[in-house]
Design a protein around this ligand. Structure first.
Ligand code: CAA
Length: 292
């Protein structure tokens, strides 16, 4: 079959065991996807046992929902639960063929995670980051084996969003890129190879829209009015609803990266900052009938 643009001819690696660093919103979703689509053991890890338990509880809950909806046999759900384990010790990744991280969106944090991972995995273990906006090259630069790192960027909700952005740096070798594309195929995602530029392609475009609606909010527009005005425009989700789903702090981090890279084309919202500081997760709640 014809290879998509940018996919090298190299032989993809077998990914028989996967480690996931982070047990939060994104990590839990793609750990579940790995187990479901690849049927291989997946281990999730986080800073403490409570976070790991929360991640596992999310995965179990999603599987239970599928059983309740009649989409998954109960014994299948149990088998999948058995494939996903939790640990607080990255040493448990020693046999992993792929380790992917979705930890806090800060370069130093991700570099530290990869240093810890490299200390335990084999030199040819594929490494991946699910960063939305940070420089994959900067992560690669701090690695002992930078040739095996790719960006592998999922979108929320992972189970339904069809796209994955694959990021190769100047260090990444053909085998790693080919393996990333093969992985996406096994996950039944459409993969595109993108440049290692701030927020890659999708978020760079999406955040123009999100940023503009935040600017309107900063200028005093009622968020429900601004959001509601966009309802008939054919968007699957209006911008403020999407912001709440992505998480305001994540959106803020992406916006900061874009601002750093492209200046005033991306302005960081003062009101959004205030909401985050006050731990307010959403700007307005839509009622079921579409009114407030
Ligand atoms: N987890 C799992 N499945 C979900 C889900 C979730 N969180 N949300 C919805 N679904 C599933 C539903 O179960 C449903 O499946 P079935 O058709 O098999 O029953 C299907 O998705 C459609 O759901 P609904 O009919 O309830 O709702 P919808 O038609 O509005 O679709 C949506 C939901 C697909 C999420 C759609 O609203 C959408 O595409 N929204 C935009 C999402 C988006 O833009 N994401 C990108 C965010 S940016 C990002 O993630 C990148 C970043 O780095 C910050």
């Amino acid at each position: 079959s014809k290879r998509p643009a940018g996919v090298p001819e190299a032989e993809p690696r077998d990914l028989r065991r996967i480690g996931v660093v982070g047990a939060g919103l994104m990590a839990g979703q793609f750990a579940l996807l790995f187990a479901t689509q690849l049927r291989v053991p997946v281990t999730i890890t986080d800073l403490d046992a409570a976070r790991v338990e929360k991640g596992l509880a999310y995965i179990h809950g999603e599987l239970d929902k599928r059983v309740a909806k009649g989409r998954l046999a109960a014994e299948d759900a149990e088998a999948l639960k058995g494939l996903v384990t939790g640990t607080t010790d990255k040493a448990d990744f020693a046999d992993a063929d792929l380790v992917i991280e979705a930890v806090f969106e800060e370069l130093e944090v991700k570099q530290k995670v990869f240093a810890e991972v490299e200390a335990v995995v084999s030199p040819d273990c594929l490494l991946a980051t699910n960063t939305s906006s940070l420089s994959v090259t900067a992560m690669a630069d701090s690695l002992q084996h930078p040739e095996r790192l790719v960006g592998f960027h999922f979108f929320n909700p992972v189970a339904v969003m069809p796209l994955v952005e694959i990021v190769a740096t100047r260090h990444t070798n053909d085998s790693a890129v080919a393996s990333a594309f093969a992985l996406a195929k096994h996950l039944r995602k459409t993969a595109v190879l993108v440049q290692d530029a701030a927020a890659f392609v999708v978020n760079r475009i999406l955040l123009r829209l999100m940023g503009e609606i935040q600017n309107a909010y900063d200028d005093g527009t009622d968020p429900a009015v601004a959001d509601g005005a966009l309802r008939p425009m054919g968007l699957p989700m209006t911008p403020f609803t999407l912001l709440a789903m992505v998480g305001l702090p994540v959106a803020q981090h992406v916006m900061e990266s874009l601002h750093a890279a492209f200046g005033d084309r991306f302005r960081v919202s003062e009101n959004l900052q205030r909401l985050i500081e006050n731990n307010i997760g959403t700007l307005w709640e839509e009622q079921e009938d579409g009114t407030r």
